[in-house]
Design a binder for this molecule. Structure first.
Ligand code: LMR
Length: 396
């Protein structure tokens, strides 16, 4: 029976890693998949995570199943991190939440919940959005439409067009928003724009679905939550998918959170049972390990401070690489101004070059990034930036 199925093309993001590995050019550069890299090109285990592993090794005395919602200290720690303890305290009785297997698992649980609540709704995603949003949401059986977001010609958000489309979104529809560090463009909404999105959600009664996978990589751990906190404070319902892959460097441990701000405490109880049965029907319960590490870090004052310092160091490095790339491109006489890269946030930038130019950089220079022109800024280093800027200048 299975031989009726065709072979599928490689994943547009993960497929790049395999192609990069197979390339024998000693100058090759990997700016593809979104993982943090240090100057040596490594993705090290954070010191705070290594310390939490030692603590967990000493204290874990059983591998029996954890509870269906996951590690409670992880859930509370993450909600405090995302919402701040004050807001969390004031709406806690309205929040349903489960630990999920990564940000992807978190998104999928919420997509299934949306499908159970209103199978006719449309989920509106930014144009462009992270490529994997489409199967994660679409495979739950939901309709997807796009709202305009990024204008390649001006390398900036086209907020008027975004507003225009969101003003026509129907009651009961869902709008997917990136909490910070928009993937793939790196272009984030300003505070004033978040306030306008709030107004539109209030007027049209759509439900925001916020994906926050890069908290701390933009302006700071607190600063990056402006939008999510604003919406959760002022709307009756908000869905949030969070990931610990990037800011805790726990990629392979698959640690995420699905949280829903519900209308009231009664509704919270119902929704808590719904998300737990969704999880039970797919993978039963989340893996414990990564959540247990995050629980240890977020609930220990010193370890948390150490982790905050490590997130700050990653953020500062990426910010300085943005500056370096823009300066080098200018020095090399690139026929296009790349100063916009310095204004973008987080791990990614859209270089706003054509797919043909991206493919030429791959074939002629062994520089790998997504065809949309999304680059992982953390893959740049002092060692490879000249090669990269020379190659770009020549392709342009
Ligand atoms: C990315 O956008 O590159 C990362 O989130 C990794 C992935 O799974 O696509």
């Amino acid at each position: 029976m299975f031989d009726v199925l065709p072979q599928l093309p490689a994943d547009p993001i993960l497929g790049l890693s395999a192609a990069f590995k197979a390339d024998t050019n000693p100058n090759k550069i990997d700016l593809g998949v979104g993982v943090y890299r240090d100057e040596a090109g490594r993705t090290p285990i954070l010191d705070s995570v290594a310390q939490a592993q030692r603590i967990l090794m000493d204290k874990e005395d059983s591998k029996v199943y954890i509870s269906p919602q996951g590690v409670q200290g992880f859930i509370d720690g993450m909600l405090n991190l995302i919402l701040g303890s004050e807001l969390k305290g004031s709406i806690n009785e309205r929040i349903a939440a489960v630990q999920a297997p990564g940000g992807c698992g978190a998104l999928r649980i919420l997509a299934e919940l949306i499908k159970r609540s209103n199978s006719d709704c449309t989920v509106w995603v930014s144009d462009p959005t992270w490529a994997n949003h489409i199967p994660l949401i679409g495979n739950a059986g939901l309709k997807i439409e796009t709202y305009p977001y990024f204008d390649k010609a001006s390398a900036s958000i086209n907020f008027d067009a975004m507003k225009q489309t969101l003003s026509q979104v129907k009651k009961g529809d869902v709008v997917l928003l990136h909490g910070c560090c928009h993937n793939p463009t790196g272009a984030d909404l300003s505070k004033a724009q978040w306030r306008e999105v709030l107004k539109l959600a209030q007027e049209n009664e759509f439900t925001p679905f916020i994906d926050i996978a890069y908290q701390g990589f933009g302006d700071g751990l607190e600063e990056d939550t402006y939008g999510v906190r604003l919406l959760c404070e002022n709307l009756p319902e908000v869905a949030i998918a969070a990931s610990c892959s990037k800011n805790f460097g726990l990629y392979r441990e698959r640690v995420g959170l699905s949280a829903i701000v519900t209308k009231n405490a009664e509704s919270r109880q119902a929704i808590q049972t719904q998300i737990q049965t969704i999880a039970r029907g797919i993978y039963s319960m989340p893996p414990s390990y990564g959540g247990a590490l995050v629980d240890i870090i977020l609930n220990d004052k010193d370890l948390k401070a150490q982790w905050e310092g490590e997130v700050g160091a990653m953020r500062d490095r990426m910010q300085s690489l943005r500056q370096l790339l823009a300066t080098k491109l200018k020095e090399k006489g690139a026929s296009k101004d790349f100063d916009f890269v310095t204004q973008q946030k987080g791990m990614f930038s859209f270089l706003c070059i054509s797919p043909e130019q991206v493919l030429q950089l791959r074939s002629d220079f062994s520089i790998y990034f997504v065809e949309s022109s999304r680059v992982n800024i953390a893959g740049i280093s002092l060692k490879n930036v000249d090669y990269l800027a020379d190659a770009m200048a020549s392709v342009l």
